[in-house]
Design a protein around this ligand. Structure first.
Ligand code: MN
Length: 315
């Protein structure tokens, strides 16, 4: 999936962690992705990174009886990993390595773009008529960002039994349980499920910065009722998170990692360090170099927007 808003200049994103625990609510911003309504939670002007997590879109829940609510034509990525996680429905991934993966609930689709890959994501012809999920990007650290592109599916992610609930470890480590998915910097991504009328206690790494997103159900944190599709930034310095579950069973996404110590430039579907890098990747996509073709997708690929290397002064 893409996509940042079609701004023409790159956005410099730097980590601004708070060293002490806080609870800062940032409601998702409504946008759309090729007609599919989404809520963008990262990057936002108030918060651009949580650990290495640099992008988060939430979509659905929606029902449909025909057509393809998700249909993102082939587009390129560099310098990041895409993490696709569904709560309901199906999304079919195809990429320029010739790999295909059907994302369904509980299965992680992880694409490592590294120096360059192209992919498409679409609702498959055989579907259940429902869609709900998230897509995230993880920024690759400087030393790993030119790595070879790859795509992996993980069907048997570890589940941690918690006091009052459980957590599926999507990326990185929670407690002492590690996801088999390949990560390039200290990170956690987990789906937490809480039992009704209980408190679920989630272990955290004190040095990480964290954020929480309620995906469904009811939950309270520090006496505050959580709203769905709002990014709750939690800061650093927490050893655990105590979520109260009242009413419907809670379902939440926990994100975190070591504060990312590098300034990244985000433009369109690229995570880079310099404007030259972005311009080169854009040109390579335009000219059909580097990224390869997504042969399995029927239809034209996405054109790159215009890129302006530096902000143009207002007349
Ligand atoms: Mn994409």
């Amino acid at each position: 999936m893409s996509n940042l808003a079609p701004t023409t200049t790159a956005e410099a994103c730097v980590s601004e962690p708070t060293s002490k625990p806080i609870l800062d609510a940032l409601p998702g911003r409504l946008s759309d992705l090729g007609g599919l309504p989404i809520r963008r939670l990262l990057p936002r002007s108030q918060r651009r990174l949580v650990g290495p997590w640099c992008f988060l879109d939430s979509f659905g829940p929606l029902t449909f009886s025909s057509g393809k609510p998700m249909d993102v034509a082939p587009h390129p990525h560099i310098g990041l990993q895409t993490v696709s996680w569904l709560l309901d429905g199906e999304v079919l991934h195809n990429d320029s390595l010739g790999l295909q993966g059907l994302a369904v609930p509980g299965v992680l689709n992880l694409m490592t773009a590294g120096r360059g890959i192209a992919h498409s994501e679409e609702t498959p012809p055989r579907n259940g008529g429902r869609l709900r999920g998230v897509q995230l990007w993880v920024a690759l650290p400087r030393a790993s960002r030119e790595t070879a592109p790859s795509f992996d599916q993980h069907r048997d992610l570890p589940v941690v039994e918690l006091d009052g609930g459980q957590a599926t470890v999507i990326m990185g480590e929670l407690g002492s349980v590690r996801s088999p998915a390949r990560a390039f910097s200290p990170i956690v991504g987990a789906e937490v499920v809480g039992e009704p009328a209980r408190q679920v206690v989630v272990p955290l790494v004190r040095e990480f910065e964290h954020a929480l997103v309620l995906l469904g159900g009811d939950g309270q944190l520090e006496g505050r009722a959580l709203s769905v599709d709002t990014l709750y930034y939690l800061g650093c310095g927490r050893r655990e998170l105590v979520l109260a579950c009242e009413g419907r069973p809670l379902r939440a996404l926990l994100l975190g990692g070591t504060p990312f110590g590098e300034t990244i430039l985000m433009w369109w579907n690229f995570v880079a360090r310099t404007a030259d890098e972005i311009a080169a990747a854009r040109e390579d996509w335009d000219d059909g170099r580097r990224f390869g073709a997504v042969e399995a997708y029927k239809g034209p690929r996405l054109p790159a927007p215009l890129f302006v290397a530096r902000p143009v002064p207002r007349p």
